[in-house]
Ligand binder design. Structure first.
Ligand SMILES: *[C@@H]1O[C@H](CO)[C@@H](O)[C@H](O)[C@H]1NC(C)=O
Ligand SMILES: *[C@@H]1O[C@H](CO)[C@@H](O)[C@H](O)[C@H]1NC(C)=O
Ligand SMILES: *[C@@H]1O[C@H](CO)[C@@H](O)[C@H](O)[C@H]1NC(C)=O
Ligand SMILES: [Fe+2]
Length: 477
C-alpha cells in the first residue's frame, strides 16, 4: 500500500523534474533473472498421448476475418492434417483439410508441421475445433471477430520480444486477464537463435508449447523481428527467417503481398498493416511497392482504425537500438502522415515508450527543420518490446528525454488497444509488476479520420496535446 503510494509519487516527481518533455518513470521493478525457463518445466509440457498435436496456434486466414489458419506439430509421425470444427463442444460437424511438412536446421529435424485453412466462417461466432487422431486428439476453441464495420468494437493485445523466461510467463499470465481478443505481435518470438546447433530447433518447439495457452484460442498477428533472421554461416544456415517461416504462416496472399513477411488484414473496425524491418523496403523494392498499393486500399469509412506493426521502432529514445529505425522512417514516415495512421506499434527495445503525435518529414538532408515537430496527422508511436526475453531490460534512456517522447519506462509488460467505436479507443499499458488489468500508462486515442473535431475540443484534457518544443530540448535532440 505505502509502497504503491511512494511509487506513484516518484512517477509524479519525475514528471515535474523533466518539464515540457514527457515522463521518464523512476519506477524500480523487481526483476526476475532473465534466464530461459528450463526445458523440463511444466510451461513446456508435452501434451499426453501418442503423437499428440502440440504447439497449436491460430492466425487470421484471410483479409476480412472470416477464416483462420490453424497450425500445429505432431512429433513422431505425420498423422492427420484435418481440422474438425463446429458450433458446440463435441459437435464437430465441419472439417477442413490441411497440409503437412517438415524441415531440418543443421542437425535438428523438426516434427511434422501442419497448416490448415478453416474458412467460410460466420462473424461473431464461437467455434470449437479438434485436431489429432484417436485418443491423442486435442480440443480448442476460438471466437471470430465482428463484421467489418466502422463501429465494430474490438480489443487487441500488443506483445513484443517475448522469449521464454519467467518474465515472459508473467507477461502471458497478465495478458490472459486483459480481455484481449487478438494479439498483435511485434516481432522477436522465441529467442531460439541465442542457442546453437540442435538447440535452436528445440527452443522453437518449447516456445510453441509455451504460447499455445493463448495462441490456440485467439489469433496472433505475426511480424518478424531480428531474432527471426537466424543467419548462421557456422552451421551452414544462411537463408533468413527459415524457422519462423516454416512455423508461423500468415495470410499474405489475401492482401496481394508477395511475402509472408509483410501483409495486411482487416479485423472488426481496424486495418492492420504488418511491415518487415529486416526485408528490403527502400523505394522500388517489393515491400515498398506493396505498401504503396495497400495504403490505397484502406477505406476509413469501413475500417476507421489504421494500425501499423513493425519490429524496429522509428521513434526510440532508449540507448538500446538507438536510430535503428531511421532508414524505415525515411522510407515510410511521409506515408504514415499522408494516410493519417492512428498508431504504429513496434518492439525491439526491451522497454516501454510512447510518443506524442510528431513527424520529421519536413527534413530532407538539404533543407527543412531537422527535429521532429508536433503534427496532428502523424501517428502515435508506441514501443512494446517489453515481453520479457532472456536479454533483459533496456534500462538506459537518453537524457534529457526528447520532447517527442511522452512516457517511457523500462519494465516488462504488454499493451491493449480497446476500440470502442469509430471515434474512440482506449489504450492501456500494463506492467507485469502491477496487478492484472492495471493501467500504468493509458490514454484515449481519438481516431485520425473520424475523431478530429472531438480531438480538438479535448486537446487540453488529454495526453495527446501538442508538444511545445523548447529551445533547450531542440538543442538536445
Ligand atoms: C520428413 O518426413 C518424411 C516422411 O515421414 C521422412 O521420410 C523424412 O525423413 C522427414 N524429414 C525430416 C527432415 O525429418
Ligand atoms: C526539401 O525540403 C525543402 C524545404 O522543406 C523543400 O522546399 C524541397 O522541395 C525539398 N526537396 C526535396 C527533393 O524533397
Ligand atoms: C464512442 O465511444 C465513446 C467511449 O466509449 C463514447 O463516449 C462515445 O459516445 C461513443 N460514440 C458513439 C457515436 O457512440
Ligand atoms: Fe529485436
Amino acid at each position: 500500500m505505502w509502497c504503491r503510494l511512494l511509487l506513484s509519487l516518484s512517477v509524479l516527481f519525475s514528471f515535474v523534474h523533466h518539464g515540457t518533455a514527457g515522463v521518464t518513470s523512476d519506477y524500480t521493478r523487481s526483476v526476475w533473472p532473465s534466464v530461459d525457463i528450463p526445458l523440463e518445466n511444466e510451461a513446456f509440457a508435452v501434451p499426453k498421448g501418442s503423437n499428440a498435436p502440440q504447439q497449436v496456434h491460430i492466425t487470421q486466414g484471410d483479409y476480412d476475418g472470416k477464416a483462420v489458419i490453424v497450425s500445429w506439430v505432431t512429433p513422431d509421425e505425420p498423422g492427420s492434417s484435418q481440422v474438425h470444427y463446429g458450433l458446440s463442444d463435441g459437435n464437430y460437424e465441419f472439417k477442413a483439410d490441411g497440409t503437412v511438412k517438415n524441415y531440418t536446421f543443421y542437425n535438428y529435424k523438426s516434427g511434422y508441421i501442419h497448416e490448415c485453412l478453416v474458412d467460410g466462417l460466420e462473424y461473431n461466432t464461437k467455434y470449437f475445433y479438434k485436431i489429432g487422431d484417436g485418443d491423442s486428439a486435442r480440443k480448442f476453441w476460438f471466437q471470430t471477430p465482428p463484421k467489418i464495420d466502422p463501429d465494430s468494437s474490438y480489443k487487441f493485445g500488443i506483445i513484443g520480444d517475448l522469449g521464454q523466461t519467467f518474465n515472459s510467463l508473467s507477461t502471458i499470465e497478465h495478458y490472459k486477464q486483459s480481455g484481449g481478443e487478438t494479439v498483435l505481435f511485434v516481432g522477436d518470438l522465441s529467442y531460439a537463435d541465442r542457442y546453437q546447433y540442435h538447440d535452436v530447433g528445440v527452443r522453437w518447439d518449447t516456445w510453441g508449447r509455451f504460447v499455445e495457452q493463448v495462441a490456440a484460442y485467439q489469433p496472433w498477428i505475426w511480424s518478424a523481428g531480428n531474432h527471426e533472421i537466424e543467419y548462421f554461416p557456422y552451421m551452414g544456415e544462411v537463408i533468413p527467417f527459415r524457422s519462423y517461416l516454416q512455423r508461423y504462416p500468415t495470410p499474405y496472399l489475401a492482401s496481394k503481398s508477395s511475402s509472408p513477411l509483410w501483409y495486411a488484414i482487416r479485423r472488426a473496425s481496424a486495418h492492420i498493416i504488418v511491415l518487415s524491418s529486416y526485408s528490403p523496403f527502400v523505394k522500388y523494392t517489393p515491400q515498398w511497392r506493396w505498401l504503396a498499393e495497400e495504403f490505397k486500399r484502406v477505406d476509413r469509412k469501413k475500417t476507421p482504425w489504421l494500425i501499423v506493426l513493425m519490429h524496429a521502432p522509428i521513434y526510440n529514445s532508449n540507448a538500446a537500438h538507438f536510430m535503428e529505425g531511421e532508414s524505415m522512417r525515411v522510407a515510410f514516415e511521409s506515408w504514415f502522415v499522408k494516410y493519417k495512421v492512428d498508431v504504429v506499434f513496434a518492439g525491439h527495445v526491451h522497454a516501454y515508450e510512447r510518443s506524442y503525435r510528431i513527424s520529421n518529414i519536413h527534413y530532407n538532408v538539404s533543407s527543412g527543420d531537422p527535429y521532429p515537430i508536433p503534427d496532428k496527422s502523424a501517428p502515435v508511436y508506441i514501443t512494446v518490446g517489453d515481453g520479457g526475453n532472456q536479454e533483459g531490460l533496456a534500462g538506459t534512456f537518453r537524457d534529457p528525454q526528447p520532447d517527442y517522447s511522452a512516457f517511457r519506462e523500462a519494465s516488462y509488460g504488454h499493451s491493449t488497444l480497446e476500440i470502442k467505436n469509430r471515434t474512440h479507443a482506449l489504450y492501456h499499458w500494463n506492467r507485469n509488476d502491477d496487478g492484472k488489468r492495471v493501467a500504468t500508462d493509458s490514454f484515449v486515442l481519438y481516431n485520425q479520420y473520424w475523431g478530429t473535431s472531438r480531438r480538438r475540443r479535448n486537446l487540453r484534457k488529454n495526453h495527446l496535446s501538442s508538444v511545445v518544443l523548447n529551445k533547450k530540448g531542440r538543442e538536445q535532440l
